[in-house]
Design a protein. Structure first.
Length: 255
């Protein structure tokens, strides 16, 4: 069931969104050659703790997962698309990192993700990240009252397909509110004019993830969580929590 939020609820979600933005910024600032992924998780944990927030990621166990998620961020490196489990891997110069983080404050959730290069940035990684960011911006711009979910999906997918990137079919955005994952699903590719009609107060997490190799295929790592590109190419992932309002799309996960 799709839940429409009140304006008061949107303000409460904005509080959670700021915490998410702060946690991502702090973790990104700590990312350098030699830094362990677990250290980035510790940084994000401290931000959530200091803000009085809890993590919707920690202990989360959807039907596909063999174990509860053990961290407050997903840290996906190079060919990892999403859901990377922070471990003792030490970042290297040139790594492409995607961080995904959520926070819950007073019962309301926020969810966002960002990608960046560690140290030396490869031109092809820059193009991949810039394209994924453009797709996110296109999806947000399409999230207006009276449009449909398919319009958002089509806006995202059109950017990725035009650039020749792959889009994993089974993973995309989602509604968000009291729970991290709510209806409706927001695919990263689709046909315009289809799906749920957007209304003032609908809140969705829009999160394009593009695969540099052009194929859509992925495989699940032995940890049961991390999704990796089937062809070994790199991936980028950007996400914002966005409220549909009569005044236009409102990003709730900005600093």
């Amino acid at each position: 069931m799709v839940e429409i939020k009140t304006d008061t609820s949107l303000e409460a979600m904005r509080v959670a969104g700021r915490v998410v933005a702060d946690a991502l910024a702090a973790a990104r600032a700590a990312a350098a050659p030699g830094t362990r992924l677990t250290e980035l998780d510790e940084v994000a944990r401290a931000v959530l703790r200091d803000a009085g927030a809890t993590s919707p990621f920690l202990g989360y166990r959807p039907s596909f997962a063999p174990t509860p998620f053990p961290a407050v961020i997903c840290a996906s490196v190079n060919d990892a698309i999403v859901h990377g489990v922070p471990n003792d891997y030490r970042l290297r110069d040139g790594d492409l990192v995607s961080l995904d983080c959520g926070a819950v404050v007073d019962g309301w959730a926020g969810d966002a993700a960002t990608s960046f290069a560690v140290g030396t940035e490869r031109p092809e990684d820059r193009r991949l990240m810039e394209t994924t960011q453009r797709a996110l911006a296109a999806g947000i711009a399409a999230a207006v009252v009276g449009a449909r979910i398919g319009d958002v999906s089509h806006a995202i997918g059109s950017v990725g397909r035009a650039a020749g990137y792959g889009i994993p079919e089974d993973f995309g955005g989602h509604g968000i509110g009291r729970a991290m994952h709510e209806d409706p699903a927001v695919p990263n590719d689709g046909r315009p004019g289809r799906g749920f009609v957007l209304r003032h107060g609908l809140v969705i997490a829009i999160e394009p993830m593009f695969l540099a190799g052009g194929g859509n295929g992925y495989t699940t790592a032995p940890d049961g969580w991390t999704l990796r590109t089937l062809d070994g190419s790199r991936a980028a992932h950007f996400e914002h929590t966005v409220a549909v309002t009569d005044e236009g799309p409102r990003i709730l996960t900005l600093p």
